[in-house]
Design a protein around this ligand. Structure first.
Ligand SMILES: Nc1nc2c(ncn2[C@@H]2O[C@H](COP(=O)(O)OP(=O)(O)OP(=O)(O)O)[C@@H](O)[C@H]2O)c(=O)[nH]1
Ligand SMILES: [Mg+2]
Length: 467
């Protein structure tokens, strides 16, 4: 609960990543930010210059001292409350990026009266000072972690308040009805009806369908935010490692004609049209007396279990269609707890007559490729994109990327369904009012109208220090 307390302290942290670089930035925020800086800063030109007397959004060149000794030549940026990231007085010191300088700077800042910030404490303060709502604050962390065009796009959208305004709209509509219902409860003796039941039903149906579509967007949102793990599985020698290398365009995994070459799993990320796919090459599935290979095969099943998509690669000369169907049914029954998609892919078609293969294997179920000769790999990646994203990808629609938000939306939808059932069975107003109140509560949790220390602690402790 530490970060929720002591919101009046002045805090400091390194804002750039640990390690050496061209420059590093240290950030100080809080009511004493300027006086802390005054104690350790001396201007290069004007000896009596005081940071606390400078205008907001100005830059000052000088030195940071530890006692009488200069630690480094720096640039100090001044942001006055409320026009700063946190909404408080903020100082940012850009210094040279040596780890030694960074350490000495932090020590000097702490000695001058600031304390070290907790993870996410700057953003927590920004939230508490109304700089943005909770969903926007969470998007800051997503933006920092974004590593693909789509995850960047969605995080930016959320940070700018796109998703929040969607939630706010839903909430505002409910608030109107909630207040009418509360009014009815106040006048319950007189048996008056302020909230038109038919309108309320219509509204709830509308909200529910909207919420359900937001919930279903999480599938895409999760993919965008976390990437898609794709396991490449199959018998030994099917060409799994060759496929990984071909997708990567690099000789990453060892390929030999000896069955059982790959023993440990190998994972590599590949960006396909803005989505990060993490391909996992696995040990070929067979029962083996070799201890190392057996552990490898066990790991293969683990990866199959966790993957969102599984490429089952086979050599059509080695595996008949009948056997393939048994293998797939087995995998689905024993090793795929989550609803993953399994793609059967026939490899080594460079060696075979494709027309004949298409008679033996239904071409609408199977993709025919040659990993070695790089034939039809684009068909495979296109299928993967379709499977994981569905056909309509519109990144400008509100997309839920955060598990916490889905949970709150799911709870909202549950209580709304309850309310609707109540309305249909003419249940008393107080029950309906209580459901609507709970729906408002859950929606409020997303944007932070409703918060608890626990919730805040949970969210902000996942941030990095300095953010
Ligand atoms: N002709 C042909 N040979 C291929 C193709 N793909 C893979 N091979 C060959 O098949 C053999 C096995 O390839 P690997 O990629 O090592 O197979 P693997 O599935 O990773 O095998 P394990 O790691 O033992 O499970 C190698 O000799 C490859 O050159 C292909 O598309 N066409
Ligand atoms: Mg291999």
């Amino acid at each position: 609960m530490a970060i929720i307390q002591n919101q009046t302290d002045t805090i400091a942290a390194l804002a750039t990543p640990a390690g050496s670089g061209a420059i590093a930035v240290l950030r100080i925020s809080g009511k004493d930010a300027f006086t802390v800086c005054d104690k350790i800063f001396s201007s290069a030109k004007k000896k009596d210059k005081r940071i606390s007397e400078q205008k907001s959004h100005t830059l000052h060149f000088g030195f940071i001292k530890s006692g009488e000794k200069n630690i480094d030549e720096v640039l100090v940026s001044v942001f006055r409350t409320p026009h700063s990231y946190t909404g408080e007085d903020v100082i940012e010191i850009s210094c040279h990026g040596s780890t030694f300088v960074q350490q000495k700077m932090l020590e000097a800042i702490v000695a001058a009266g600031a304390r070290l910030a907790q993870p996410g404490e700057f953003t927590l303060r920004a939230f508490l000072n109304g700089k943005f709502d909770l969903a926007q604050a969470e998007a800051v962390a997503d933006l920092i972690a974004a590593n693909s065009a789509s995850s960047h796009h969605v995080a930016m959208q959320q940070m700018r308040g796109g998703f929040s305004s969607e939630i706010k709209k839903l909430r505002d509509q409910l608030i109107h009805f909630a207040s009418l219902l509360e009014l009815e409860l106040d006048f319950s003796e007189e048996d008056v009806v302020f909230a038109n039941r038919e309108e309320l039903k219509y509204l709830i149906l509308n909200l529910s369908s909207h919420i359900l579509s937001l919930i279903s967007s999480f599938r895409l949102g999760n993919v965008i935010r976390n990437g898609v793990p794709v396991a490449i599985a199959g018998k030994p020698n099917a060409g799994k490692s060759t496929l990984l290398n071909a997708l990567l365009n690099e000789e990453r995994a060892i390929v030999t004609s000896i069955a059982g070459t790959t023993r440990d799993t190998i994972e590599e990320e590949i960006n396909i049209e803005g989505i990060n796919f993490r391909f996992i090459d696995t040990a070929g599935i067979r029962s083996s007396t070799d201890i190392i290979e057996s552990i490898g095969v066990a790991k293969t099943f683990e990866k199959i279990n966790k993957a969102v998509a599984i490429i089952y690669l086979f050599d059509p000369k080695e595996t008949s269609y009948a056997e393939l169907k048994t293998i797939i049914a087995d995998l689905k029954a024993t090793s795929m707890e989550r609803k993953a998609t399994l793609l059967p892919v026939a490899n080594k078609v460079d060696q075979y007559d494709i027309e004949k293969l298409k008679r033996d294997f239904p071409p609408n179920e199977i993709i025919f490729i040659s990993a070695k000769k790089q034939i039809n790999l684009d068909q495979l990646t296109k299928r993967l994109l379709e499977l994981t994203l569905g056909d309509k990808i519109n990144l400008n629609d509100a997309i839920v990327t955060n598990a916490r938000h889905v949970e709150a939306l799911t709870k909202t939808e549950e209580v709304l369904a309850n309310a609707l059932q109540g309305l249909n069975t003419s249940i008393t107003t107080d029950f309906i009012a209580s459901d609507i109140r709970r729906a408002l509560y859950f929606l409020g949790e997303i944007t932070g109208e409703i918060t608890t220390d626990n919730l805040l602690e949970n969210i902000f402790s996942k941030f990095c220090i300095g953010k």
